[in-house]
Design a protein around this ligand. Structure first.
Ligand SMILES: Cc1cc2nc3c(=O)[nH]c(=O)nc-3n(C[C@H](O)[C@H](O)[C@H](O)COP(=O)(O)O)c2cc1C
Length: 353
């Protein structure tokens, strides 16, 4: 058993947020060995003109302050996403605010965008990296001008990040998800895009929108319409859910916050499929929510995801999950006769590209 394998059972004895902070410290100190071997060539793809060695990324919220992204890439993730970052540092909600629902292979969090703010995160990104790192931006809880906050995020990260994400889907900042309605969303996306283009006239990073899995039919159509009317270059589907499926057994199931992990797999994949159909495969989509195996990742890819991300499964399976997942995914692609990931994207939603 390697160091990471040994550490996992110990970390799970700690309260969840303490375990998370310890993991970040271990990664930042370079104490987790790079389990990374060459990726199977079938997993490589080009999205937004950028080369991904494999399609499996680490989702936002794990490395909020960009303290461990180089180590995360060395573990073998095809990409990672720092943030959510807000203009000013903020403490987030009172603890406890992170709960393991072990029986359900799920997590509930109401962190509330705890982060060190744009300046601290930007200075860590300035020293560069080898791989693909996105920056996920949000607004401060007490901000009176949401659009201005996102514009500041775009200004700070457009010159540095490989992609930008407008996060309007966290359930833990009051009023945030109202920005997913058609008019405010269009205004926000246009303003952020204009700022990105002002800062980076040549080769600007793609601008993505991360949406909630709890949108109704009208809202999903609004998101697709806004996305297609050109202000954004892709969608991330999805953030955590405020729903509490009947199936949940853990004593923590009534905690307030966003639910992630296994119970999110199906609803988030259905929403991905829906948005893939509505956008007709014209926009790259990132599928996230409940992925814990190669089969889960493959289901998202066939439903329309060019790339996937995960977070909660790491809590239960540790970083060893990644090597296994990539091996399973490559095997499933081959078994179905696909030479590369790109060939399988959307085959079950819109007949593929
Ligand atoms: C503890 C925790 C913190 C998170 N923080 C953020 C965040 O700051 N910004 C964001 O866009 N998503 C955040 N997420 C959502 C994840 O990026 C992801 O969309 C969600 O957890 C579903 O994926 P999973 O089921 O693989 O965890 C967070 C998730 C967890 C569990």
């Amino acid at each position: 058993m390697d160091l990471a394998g040994l550490a996992l059972p110990l970390l799970r004895l700690l309260p969840p947020e303490t375990a998370h902070d310890a993991t970040i410290r271990l990664l930042a100190a370079g104490l987790v060995p790079s389990g990374h071997m060459e990726d199977d060539p079938a997993l490589a793809s080009e999205v937004w003109g950028r080369q991904f060695a494999n399609p499996v990324g680490l989702a936002a919220g794990f490395d909020k302050n960009a303290e461990a992204f180089r180590a995360i890439l060395r573990l073998g993730f095809g990409f990672t996403e720092v943030g959510t970052v807000t203009p000013h540092p903020q403490a987030g909600n009172p603890k406890p605010r992170l709960f393991r629902l072990s029986e359900d292979r799920a997590v509930i969090n109401r962190m509330g965008f705890n982060n060190q703010g744009l300046e601290a995160v930007r200075s860590r990104l300035e020293t560069g990296w080898n791989g693909i790192v996105g920056a996920n931006i949000g607004k401060n809880k007490d901000s009176t001008d949401a659009v201005a906050d996102y514009v500041l995020g775009a200004r700070a990260f457009a010159p540095l990040a490989d992609y930008l994400v407008i996060n309007v889907s966290s359930p833990n900042t009051p009023g945030l998800r109202d920005l997913q309605r058609r008019e405010p969303l269009l205004a926000l996306a246009r303003a952020v895009r204009a700022e990105r283009d002002a800062v980076m006239a040549a080769n600007p990073p793609p601008l993505l929108l991360k949406v909630a899995p709890d949108l109704d039919e009208q809202q999903i159509e609004d998101v697709a319409e806004v996305a297609l009317s050109a202000p954004v270059d892709g969608l991330i589907i999805s953030n955590t859910t405020i729903a509490r499926p009947e199936s949940l057994r853990s004593a923590h199931r009534q905690e307030a916050g966003g639910l992630s992990g296994a119970p999110l797999l199906q609803p988030a994949t259905e929403m991905l499929r829906w948005l893939s159909r509505l956008t007709g495969g014209r926009l790259p989509l990132i599928g996230v929510g409940g992925i814990a195996s190669g089969a889960d990742a493959y289901a998202k890819i066939k439903a329309g995801a060019s790339l996937v991300q995960l977070y909660s499964a790491l809590v239960y399976h540790g970083p060893g999950l990644l090597t296994r997942l990539k091996r399973e995914l490559a095997a499933q692609l081959r078994a179905d006769g696909f030479r590369t990931v790109s060939e399988a994207v959307g085959v079950e939603s819109n007949g593929g590209r």
